[in-house]
Ligand binder design. Structure first.
Ligand code: BDR
Ligand code: CA
Length: 309
């Protein structure tokens, strides 16, 4: 068994964030050191409460810290149309069994990375506000960051505007800081996440595993599927789980080196991720995925919770 990769889960849960965290907790290759939240899918109070409930459900025993109320300079933007008023509508979840940390997200990230013997990977499944603040406030910690695995962007297209994907659009200034930081970046944008589709037979296979976690994951998948089906998608895009799966089984992904630049101005293109090879690459970008193998990874992960009970 190779050494586990030390990770921080940084997100705005959110249905697909929660499924991403389920994958991370189930993997023998990852060790969760901390969980941090950021305003995105809903206000930071709501996503932090969701983080506590998800960690309780999944048995993630790591400190959880709440992020700031706003992006770096932009006004906050939420996605209740996708994830509901709570940010995680759908099945009833257990009440939190652990408190929030007295530290804020950026402070917990900094402390966790500084105290870790090995380099730390940040898995970012929300806007990049926390990672940007960390890099600006603690440049000395850059060399202790193994990589930032990001769900965000799409090479020249979006889902929230024609040009921009939600996580990047919420805080483009933060994304710019992160992509220009020199820290290794793994980017799973819409190019890959809209190919990582979950179909009804897949969430029924999850439900058939049995046990509390499998029922809740199946309900979240179905919730996400119905929303996307009504928009004309063939299945539910597993945006955030890709940012975890790419660390567990990189061989499932078509990975390309690119220079990714972030549009922070623009009347129509704010938040766009421009990928090209006219300058030195700053990111490894996932452009494709073996969907069947990805679905198997997800179902196998759910089985580990059944086995644990
Ligand atoms: C991203 O936006 C959020 O709604 C999802 O959780 C995901 O992180 C997809 O654009
Ligand atoms: Ca998210």
């Amino acid at each position: 068994m190779t050494e586990k990769r030390a990770i921080i889960l940084d997100g705005d849960p959110g249905h697909d964030d929660a499924i991403a965290w389920m994958l991370a907790k189930a993997s023998e290759k990852l060790e969760i050191l901390a969980v941090t939240t950021v305003c995105g899918n809903q206000a930071v109070e709501k996503v932090s409460y969701n983080a506590q409930r998800i960690c309780t459900l999944l048995g993630i025993n790591a400190p959880i810290a709440k992020g700031k109320r706003t992006p770096l300079i932009a006004e906050p933007m939420n996605a209740p149309s996708v994830h509901g008023e709570s940010g995680l509508d759908g099945p009833v979840l257990p009440e939190p069994s652990m408190p929030l940390s007295a530290l804020g997200s950026v402070e917990l990230m900094a402390q966790t990375i500084a105290n870790s013997e090995k380099k730390v990977t940040i898995i970012s499944t929300g806007p990049l506000t926390n990672s940007a603040c960390l890099l600006l406030a603690h440049p000395e910690l850059k060399e202790k960051i193994e990589t930032i695995s990001i769900m965000g962007g799409g090479i020249h297209f979006g889902n929230w505007t024609p040009a921009a994907e939600f996580n990047i659009l919420v805080d483009p200034e933060a994304a710019k800081v992160v992509f220009e930081s020199g820290v290794p970046i793994l980017m799973c944008g819409l190019d890959v996440t809209e190919k990582a589709l979950i179909m009804p037979e897949d969430f029924e296979a999850v439900r058939a595993v049995g046990g509390e976690v499998s029922q809740i994951i199946a309900d979240w998948l179905e919730f996400f599927y119905r929303f996307h089906r009504d928009l004309g998608y063939e299945g539910a895009p597993m945006h955030d789980p890709c940012a975890v799966a790419v660390l567990i089984q990189p061989e499932l992904f078509d990975l390309r080196e690119m220079c990714v630049e972030i549009e922070t101005g623009g009347e129509y293109c704010r938040g766009m991720t421009i990928g090209h090879n006219r300058a030195k690459p700053n990111a490894t970008v996932a452009m494709g995925i073996n969907r069947e193998a990805f679905v198997k990874l997800l179902i196998d992960a759910v089985k580990t919770y059944k086995e644990a009970t």
